[in-house]
Design a protein around this ligand. Structure first.
Ligand code: FES
Length: 198
């Protein structure tokens, strides 16, 4: 990878962090990145996108574009990871049995390769709106049982912090986890499968 690539990505992450930091205690800004490498033309053709997550703080979410879709990468707190199992009885597909919604290597409670880092296509499975990131606990508008997740503003679907949809929502299934793999500790390649996995 060239020096230019690294510099560009560092600039992006710095900008993303400052936007989130200024968003206040409740709302969390979701920066959208349209200029990640490789080129826009290659991306449109479906090329993998490499994302530097070295500065991604717990609770923070960044958005990149892959195959014309927003892909979220966020770092879950230990508490958020621990809370996932407690939600199972309220979810449509807690065990991620619908195979179309994630690669085999993410068919687990956290729907991820590493519990801490979540990678997900940020598109509601109802009619395709982009849900809002709501990581806070028990906000007034989402109720006392809310343990962080995503709320779709179009028709009210709710998802947990693994993208699993709650029961009795307009959305029928969990949000999509794309193929991805880690390239060392601090880099994620969206669009390439985890080594050795189908
Ligand atoms: S598009 Fe998300 S609830 Fe309808």
């Amino acid at each position: 990878m060239s020096q230019n690539v690294d510099t560009g990505k560092r600039r992006f992450l710095t900008a993303a962090a400052s936007v989130v930091g200024g968003a206040g205690a409740v709302a969390v800004a979701v920066p959208f990145v349209s200029s990640m490498l490789p080129s826009a033309k290659a991306q449109a053709a479906g090329a993998p996108v490499e994302v530097d997550i070295s500065q991604l703080e717990k609770g923070q979410l960044i958005t990149v574009e892959w195959q014309g879709k927003p892909v979220w990468l966020f770092r879950r707190s230990d508490e958020a990871i621990a809370n996932l199992a407690s939600l199972d009885s309220n979810l449509v597909d807690p065990d991620s049995q619908l195979a179309t919604q994630q690669p085999d290597y993410c068919q687990n409670e956290a729907r991820s390769i590493r519990d801490e880092v979540m990678v997900m296509v940020g598109v509601c499975t109802h009619l395709g709106c982009s849900p809002t990131y709501r990581p806070e606990l028990a906000p007034e508008d989402l109720g006392p049982n809310w343990k962080g997740g995503f709320f779709c503003p179009c028709h009210g679907s709710r998802y947990d912090l693994a993208g699993r949809v709650f029961l009795n929502m307009p959305a029928p299934k969990n949000m999509l986890v794309p193929p991805y793999r880690f390239n060392g500790d601090n880099s994620v390649i969206v669009g390439e499968n985890y080594e050795g996995a189908a």
